[in-house]
Write a protein that binds this ligand. Structure first.
Ligand code: GCO
Ligand code: MG
Length: 404
């Protein structure tokens, strides 16, 4: 069974550019799908697959997944990074789909089967004030969701847009514009938010909050301590990858469960946090981290240290990537939770087989492989807009640019 072709598709069915790859074998009708979505640099991933990974892959043994992953990554000599990881992962993920289809088994069965029946998901309740967040959270609770992430005004916070007056010419720096945000607002208002939602929801509710790597390290410590009374399920991405050295301080100051990792691109970033017992959940973006084999290896490492998985699952993981997440979720012993993005009707049409959620948990497909396809005839209806990959520059009130 040889790789005969690799087709890369850039589609934007719901405003977010997605990259998926189809690997075609020399066996009639046998192909597989993988996700390589790095939405802010999707054209770079598309080119890396088409110009580099595809010529490397064609003619290889489609069953030799481990060798493909390792040799494709090292073939460039300079390796890793989000673009190359996504390019190699998209093809590697498709090879797992092929292996499942060839065996007549869903992918999770290839790794040793189930550890659970369904996988619990967390959903996002955002709002402009605590009451609006609480109302949305109560709506989710009534639909059966038990894990709810609560954010005031999304990542920017509710003050976004009202500040920036002192930024002078940077307020209108041109290009993609500016999105001002106020770290102090998070320190003041997020504890008030959690006081309100904790009081307004049944006590069994599991609450989450995402700092999104946006605070100075000591402010992240202060916010974590202030949130301690509200019994979070976890606090997500509290520190930027550049500030990992502060994890020890954060860990030693409070007992808030910590989840980290959506920006990680290499095991060396995450292993010290795991082996030194500084985090509780690992939440890498599977294709950006290095693919299915890398994620399985990471899950096994984490299992030895009592760390659970919480794979990144926003709208910029394609439905194919999300289906792969769910196979990992039902398989790995040390699964914690799956972030869940609700899909637009156009995505449901384009990707038949999106895993179904009921009573706050997602069911894995029993079809061979990932159990999901992309309808290639529909794909032309959803071309990507290159500008969709650009975002306003996040800035402090005085105009200083701050990373997301
Ligand atoms: C999350 C993430 C995302 C990222 C997005 C960037 O927790 O789901 O923070 O919302 O911001 O994936 O493109
Ligand atoms: Mg996040």
């Amino acid at each position: 069974m040889r790789i005969a072709d690799v087709v890369t598709c850039a589609v934007q069915p719901a405003g977010i550019p997605l990259i998926v790859a189809k690997v075609v074998t020399d066996q009639p009708g046998l192909h597989g799908w993988g996700c390589g979505t790095f939405t802010q640099r999707f054209r770079a991933v598309q080119a890396a697959i088409e110009r580099h990974v595809k010529p490397f892959a064609i003619g290889r043994d489609a069953a030799a997944i481990t060798d493909f992953r390792h040799s494709a990554m090292h073939d460039g000599y300079w390796r890793n990074g989000p673009v190359l990881n996504n390019a190699v992962s998209a093809v590697e993920m498709a090879l797992w789909d092929i292996k499942g289809k060839a065996a007549g088994l869903p992918c999770y069965q290839l790794w040793g089967g189930r550890s659970r029946g369904t996988a619990a998901v967390y959903v996002h309740a955002d709002g402009r004030d605590p009451q609006e967040v609480l109302d949305r959270a109560l709506g989710f609770w009534e639909q059966g969701f038990r894990h709810i992430r609560c954010q005031l005004g999304g990542y920017e916070g509710i003050g976004a847009g009202r500040i920036g007056a002192a930024a002078g010419s940077l307020a209108d720096a041109g290009g993609t514009g500016s999105a001002f945000f106020d770290p102090g607002e998070k320190l003041r208002r997020v504890p008030e938010l959690f006081a309100a939602v904790r009081a307004g929801l049944p006590p069994e509710a599991e609450l989450l909050y995402d700092i999104h790597e946006r605070l100075a390290p000591i402010d992240a410590v202060r916010l974590a301590k202030a949130l301690e009374p509200y019994r979070l399920y976890f606090l997500e991405d509290p520190l930027a990858p550049e500030d990992l050295g502060y994890f020890r301080m954060l860990r030693s100051q409070c007992a808030v469960p910590l989840a980290m990792g959506e920006l990680f691109v290499h095991p060396l970033e995450v292993e010290p946090l795991v082996s030194k017992r500084l985090i509780d959940f690992v939440r890498v973006h599977v294709s950006t981290y290095g693919g299915i084999t890398a994620a399985l290896r990471l899950a096994h490492l984490c299992g030895a240290f009592g760390v659970r998985t919480a794979w990144h699952g926003p709208g910029d993981v394609s439905p194919i990537g999300m289906a792969a997440n769910v196979h990992l979720d039902v398989h790995v012993e040390n699964f914690g939770i799956q972030e869940w993005a609700f899909r637009a009707p156009a995505e449901e049409d384009l990707f038949p087989g999106i895993p179904e959620v009921s009573a706050g948990a997602v069911n894995v497909s029993e079809r061979p492989g990932w159990g999901i396809e992309m309808d290639e005839r529909l794909a032309a209806r959803f071309p990507c807009d290159d500008r969709a990959s650009l975002r306003p520059v996040p800035r402090l009130a005085d105009g200083t640019s701050r990373p997301y």
